[in-house]
Design a protein around this ligand. Structure first.
Ligand code: AMP
Length: 494
């Protein structure tokens, strides 16, 4: 396969790729503390930075916004009593930002906040916009001064220049101009607003606290931690406006076939979350069982690559009848910073993070189960480590199809040339990672595990572009650079 040059549309504007967690609450006591707790439960969605903007007197124009943002983990940023004391308010919105190759600067930490004609507005966004560069260029030309390098700031300027009078109409006006994936939560003195892109690529759920206050969050695990009951998922393309009179739902885009991100089920979401009515943990076990039916090999022990491979390995073991053992132990105290910046440090990170539990491995034929192979760094190190611990055979089973295409909708993946599966077939990949055999779940097997007979070719039920190159939302910013991505654009029918 012809390796492609960089497919990263944000190369010229670093900082433009983020995975994130968002949380918001309207009219509750200790709103900022609830938001910090919610962000803590969503820590897996972003470890680079966090922010909370709280609002006193929600529903009144007298409300005052209080903000705190910091780099690092939620507990470190909001564990300080003085910080929390400063975040007075009965409504709040919060955001976790994922560590990527983009710029790590406080100016990129959300929620973004700006003062408009209609008052202050804080915005927290999860996802990636695929026409942000084009929009930004046009906005800068007409005089907008960007303060950060995140694509999310485009929302702020589009809202500012909108000719509509009220904030909800202005937001709808902005949403109609952006392309890409977004789950966002905005807070102004009149309401807490949640919005999901028309295809519902990224998640957003609604919950209710016992006292009746409404909560919005990326995942249900964030509702659980604050004691909120799950009400429902926000629908694709839906905008919910929560104020003192209750909840109003607006559907400016009309109904479209939803394309929820399939990778949320495979890796990204926390296993105790329920997404689109389906518990993530159960899906992962079903994928493991499906994997065992599709590509089983004789072995003595099933070993997950912790933590992400654990539920799939449990499903695999139950289906195959082979014992499940924790043959690899994960050190939970390794900061993510160890594994981020360079390939060399990533290699070291794998060793810091995992160690072999020798008695479970020595002299045995081992099936390792992990959720995905991206660059192949993790698999290669793990296979090597398991061999060094005395395994007789090492077979790798992956609970996703080969990751052949980068994500442009909010999951951090490297450019195509660094994706192992984009450049090698499965046999070559097995040789590169040093496994006796390697198998991935098929795309239809993955859909079966999610309760569908198969992937419908005309109308896929999920966004699975990372496995298929079927990009459901236009990659407008890439179109300006066709020399970078001929195969991608062909795959996208452009
Ligand atoms: P790699 O070492 O590049 O092949 O990455 C594969 C490992 O990273 C797997 O063990 C996954 O659990 C994990 N992983 C997959 N996707 C992501 C992502 N978007 N961000 C961080 N880790 C990931």
């Amino acid at each position: 396969m012809q390796p492609l040059p960089s497919t990263n549309p944000w190369d010229e504007d670093d900082g433009f790729h983020e995975e994130c967690g968002v949380f918001g609450v309207w009219n509750a006591s200790d709103a900022a503390a609830l938001t910090a707790l919610g962000l803590h439960a969503l820590q897996h969605r972003g470890q680079e930075a966090s922010g909370v903007v709280a609002l006193t007197d929600p529903g009144s124009e007298k409300g005052v916004f209080n903000a705190h943002r910091g780099l690092g983990l939620v507990g470190d940023i909001f564990g300080d009593a003085k910080v929390m004391a400063g975040l007075k308010g009965r409504a709040a919105v919060g955001h976790n930002r994922y560590a990527t190759t983009g710029e790590t600067a406080l100016r990129n930490v959300q929620p973004l906040y700006a003062d408009f004609e209609f008052g202050g507005l804080a915005v927290a966004h999860n996802g990636n916009l695929t026409n942000a560069t084009a929009l930004k260029r046009a906005l800068v030309r007409r005089g907008c001064l960007f303060q950060s390098t995140t694509d999310s700031e485009v929302f702020v300027h589009l809202i500012a220049i909108s000719l509509y009078a009220n904030v909800v109409d202005r937001l709808i006006d902005a949403l109609k101009q952006v392309q890409g994936a977004y789950s966002l939560i905005a807070l102004h003195h009149g309401a807490l607003i949640g919005a999901r892109d028309p295809l519902g690529v990224r998640p957003l759920v609604l919950g209710r606290l016992p006292e009746g206050a409404m909560v919005l969050a990326s995942e249900t695990c964030a509702l659980d931690i604050v004691g909120a009951e799950f009400v429902r998922d926000i629908e694709p393309g839906e905008i919910v406006v929560i104020d003192d009179s209750g909840l109003r739902s607006i559907n400016p885009f009309g109904r479209q076939q939803s394309r929820f991100c399939i990778f949320e089920y495979i890796y990204f979401a926390r296993p105790d979350s329920v997404m689109e009515g389906t518990p993530v943990y159960g899906v992962r076990k079903s994928i493991g069982a499906e994997l065992a039916r599709e590509s089983h090999v004789e072995a003595d022990v099933i070993v997950p690559v912790p933590d992400s491979g654990v539920p799939a390995a449990m499903g695999y073991a139950a289906e195959s009848g082979i014992p499940f053992e924790l043959g690899i132990i994960r050190n939970h105290y390794v900061g993510r910073t160890f594994i981020e910046p360079t390939d060399q440090i990533r290699n070291l990170g794998v060793k810091l993070k995992h160690s072999a539990n020798r008695p479970m491995i020595e002299g045995r034929r081992v099936i390792l189960v992990d959720d995905s192979i991206v660059r192949g760094t993790t698999s290669k190190k793990i296979v090597e480590m398991v061999r060094q611990a005395g395994a007789k055979e090492v077979h790798m089973r992956i609970s996703s199809p080969p990751t052949t295409h980068p994500c442009f909708y909010g999951i951090d993946t490297p450019e195509r040339e660094k994706l192992l599966a984009a450049n090698h077939d499965v046999e070559e990949m097995a040789r590169i990672i040093g496994a006796d055999s390697l198998a991935f779940i098929s795309l239809d097997g993955l859909y079966r595990a999610l309760g569908h007979a198969r992937r419908e070719s005309g109308a896929p039920q999920y966004c699975d572009a990372c496995f298929t190159g079927d990009y459901a939302i236009p990659l407008t910013d890439l179109v300006g650079h066709p020399e970078r991505v001929p195969a991608l654009l062909a795959a996208n029918g452009q």
